[in-house]
Design a protein around this ligand. Sequence first.
Ligand code: MOS
Length: 698
Amino acid sequence: MTATPIRPRSMGTHLTRLDGHEKVTGVAAYAVEHALDLPERPLHAWLVTSTIARGTVERVDASDALAHPGVVQVLDHTSARRLAKPDDAELAVLQDDAIGFRGQIVAVVLAETSEAAREGARLVRVHQTPAAAPAEVVLDDGEAYAPEVANAGHEPDTTDGDVDAALAGAAVVVDATYTTPHEFNSPMEPHAVTAVWDGEHLSMWDSTQSVHGVASVIGRALGLERGKTRVRAPYVGGGFGSKGLPHAPEMAAALAAFAADGRPVQLAVTRQQMFSLTGYRTQTVSRFRLGAEPDGRLLALSHDALSQTSRYKEFVEQTATSARTMYAADARATTHRVVPLDVAVPAWMRAPGEMPGMFAQEVAMDELAVACGVDPIQLRLRNEPDVDPDTGNLFNNRRLLECLERGAARFGWAERDPEPGVRLDGDWRVGTGVASASYPALFMPGNTTRIQALGEGRYAVSIGAVDIGTGARTVLTQIAADALGVEPGRIELSLGDTELPKATVAGGSAGTSSWGTSIVLAAQQLRADHGDDPDAGVETTATSEGYPDMENLALHSFGAVFAETRVHRWTGEVRVPRMLGVYSVGRVINPTTARSQFLGGLVMGLSGALFEEGYRDPRFGHVVTQDLATYHVASHADVGDLQVEWLDEEDTAATPMGSRGIGEIGIVGTAAAIANATFHATGTRVRDLPLTADHFLT
Ligand code: MOS
């Protein structure tokens, strides 16, 4: 059985966030707060990290630390439990003496209080020997190679037609290089774990986007049988991808729990440690080449993307994948190359690939519009493909142009000066810019939902999904209500626990689509087998494999982002007084929580456009800007008037709810719209993020 489309009743309405009250009253417990409820007092763990980028740990001298009255134990690579499968280098914590980057975990201090643990960590003396060969920590120093696959299983390279020949024959050519810096996820709740080993079971309360993912990866590495690792995450204070995969701190907490002899261990990663231990968006360098007819029609489109990975675990930012699908061009090519460095492991950050890749692409398109003397929206209209250029499949629902046109009308695009650098308001140069956005409608199979009738039209719905703050708890309740034909108040939804049926990660903007489809399938199966008003105790469990129409269609969401910028003529300061995002994302299941997702995406895009830049020390490869004072994330004072809207639509080719994902598309295109607006304001073309003041003081 496969799920079939459901009719909206609660879907599309502003159901108030179901866990809002718990959150604002402080009742909602986050990862380390669960330790308070356990019978045994917890031990506090503090991580000690390497101070060289490449070499070996000769000896961890814990004598001073252990002399501290509060310190109980210090674990290092000679004393931590051995992993059964240490094959994932990032998770092989304290397994040998090798140092692969500065900031790597080399010891864990366990103490009676957080303060003692921290002081104990300061007292641990780590004797390290640098490797004979100097560490390579700068992108330019390393040797680039072609990875076997880009992140998420994409081919690293694609070719269709002869790009060089098409460029040679083009009347207008844009050939430019765009860069984005290291960027770091800064969710409100840092990575944190409470872990207990009772001699047979490992229990973890983790700040994660995937309880089942953590349980299976950590459990397998430790050699625990299935079912012996339980992970819970009832509330999570954000993730953006950094909590999509388990990272080293989770393993450190698990190892500490084994050493703690039945006492719970609580570990909160410090904000500074997040800059080396929880993944980050790698720096990217994109060469973008566009060749066009005089009217802007594309003949050639080529995106060569370079990023860095860590030497001991590969991660490839899929920077060029959106160039494969966005615009029609006779000849197209994309490549991904990576440089391995002796640095921390990069990982996911909201729209990995699309965010830096579409910054390059959409600024290049703006440059082409200027070179051809064509309005940027007209240019995109002229390059609208009939089918997905990458797969040749029909788009299910490609409404990019409507997003652009609606946005243009609302934003006042028609009044825009055709020439850049002509509007001055006091000492501020004023301009506007636009960019397209796209994000694939991903879907993850293998989600299982259990529905139990409780009688009188009430149902318990269980799935091991995670609400990381997006509103998933609320939205899944609405989906269950509509699929079962009852009011949302009659649904008791349980999630965030591996005791509940298996669910995939809250990532790839695929959570609601994937989990929701499984909820719909279970509901439809229950109703088919037991009628619309089953007796209390009747239960159905169903696992969704896919959804009927996904194979032969190109499923993507689209958007158009408009920005106004003001650039100070004497200081170069950039302000963004207003932005507008118009999106085509299928049915919006809850307008309140969805709006927050889009607004959050726009803010994060603005933050990347103007501020975020991790500065890496070229001697050691660690991030110097490792706090929120020196790594500025957009705050209230940086954000002006933000408007979002979406097209009224449903996409039952994507999911039985008619929805597609919305978590990531809001960040895509935003930095390009802002960069394009600063060009329009000043006539200065900036191709490197962030758009700091110095760029405009030429
Ligand atoms: Mo998000 S970067 O897909 O968790």
